[in-house]
Design a protein around this ligand. Structure first.
Ligand SMILES: Cc1cc2nc3c(=O)[nH]c(=O)nc-3n(C[C@H](O)[C@H](O)[C@H](O)COP(=O)(O)O)c2cc1C
Length: 338
């Protein structure tokens, strides 16, 4: 199965909001929430996608012909490619009930681990979601990253115990989730955290702690001060605050400010191996792709995930070869122009 066949098969299974478009660019679903769209007028997800396309790659084939090595080491683990599957929670609400968070994460986590990358899992208002996600990660030998919502500290400690039991090699928190319409006025509450509060959470994590949802230099430096091992430059795919800049617009300034002191991941509209290459050239250590993995799982299950990883990985290797680099460390700022 190739990824186009997978998309074909996903139509009819992903519910009425997602159109399983050949290119997942935020246009057809726009501001459809519930659904895979974005908040407000819905153009932040579209902007995320569009801004990667304004960055162009610099071709250079006057180099020695060397084997291409796309492998990444992060937090003591080795990965075949520098991209991860992103966390998507409440899949039955947003994509229809042919799958739920339990069946979705089971397929996603195990297939990603089998084909050389790792998946982030989401968290939800239903506490069973985190229980099932961490079970799936435990089954995959800890090869997955649970993403905990910014609940109150008592709830976070309970979730961190699940993370520990799963043997997950890292844990994330989508610190921007307070903006989600579904998380408003909940008990326990979920919301913004001070640096001190985040520090306590990072300590409770016990494994490398990744803060997801950073869009400014100021935010990146606060996450670092709180003890984060990594940040994800992310606007949650436009789902938490309308009129954010695109992640491609802020990545470079954040990477320059952080200057290698913590790891940087980035998501939002990354849809090809060439986009992954651009993200690394602007200073990211790795990229995250979220929505297209949903289509891959709904359309083709394990085979769908395999075909999508191969597609993105193959495009990355081809771009590297055509831009004259043979390893990730050689992907530098001069490999792209804006
Ligand atoms: C339906 C849906 C549910 C999501 N659920 C979560 C979640 O539970 N936790 C999280 O950190 N991010 C969540 N996200 C955000 C994604 O992980 C990612 O940051 C965003 O979609 C941008 O990446 P993309 O453009 O590749 O989809 C969700 C996104 C969508 C579309």
């Amino acid at each position: 199965m190739n990824y186009s066949e997978c998309i074909e098969q996903a139509r009819g299974k992903v519910g009425s909001y997602c159109k399983a478009c050949p290119e997942c660019n935020g246009k057809a679903c726009k501001n459809q929430m519930p659904g895979p769209g974005a908040k407000g007028i819905g153009d932040t997800a579209i902007r995320n996608y569009d801004k990667w396309k304004e960055i162009r790659v610099q071709m250079d084939t006057l180099v020695e012909n060397r084997p291409i090595d796309t492998s990444l080491s992060l937090f003591g683990k080795d990965f075949k490619y520098p991209f991860f599957a992103g966390p998507v929670g409440a899949v039955n609400l947003h994509y229809g009930d042919s799958l739920n968070d339990i069946t979705y994460n089971d397929i996603l986590v195990s297939s990603c681990a089998e084909f050389g990358i790792a998946a982030f899992t989401g968290d939800g208002t239903d506490s069973n979601v985190m229980v099932a996600a961490t079970k799936a990660i435990k089954k995959a030998g800890g090869f997955g990253i649970p993403t905990v919502k910014p609940w109150n500290i008592e709830t976070i400690r309970e979730k961190m115990a699940l993370v520990k039991d799963a043997g997950a090699f890292a844990v994330a928190m989508d610190i921007d989730a307070a903006g989600l319409p579904f998380l408003k006025n909940l008990t326990p509450p979920a919301g913004s955290k001070s640096v001190e509060e985040l520090h306590a959470i990072a300590e409770a994590a016990g494994v490398p702690f990744i803060v997801k949802g950073i869009m400014t230099v100021k935010g990146a430096l606060k996450a670092k001060e709180a003890g984060a091992s990594a940040i994800v430059v992310s606007n949650h795919g436009g789902r938490v605050l309308d009129q954010c800049p695109a992640t491609a617009e802020v990545l470079e300034e954040i990477a320059l400010a952080v200057d290698g002191s913590i790891k940087i991941l980035v998501d939002g509209g990354i849809r090809s191996g060439t986009d992954v290459f651009k993200a690394l050239a602007l200073g990211a250590d790795a990229a995250i792709i979220a929505r297209p993995f949903v289509t891959a799982v709904y359309g083709g299950g394990r085979e769908g995930v395999e075909s999508y990883i191969q597609k993105i990985g193959g495009e990355l290797a081809d771009t590297m070869a055509m831009c004259g680099v043979s390893s990730l460390s050689e992907i530098t700022r001069d490999c792209v122009r804006i």
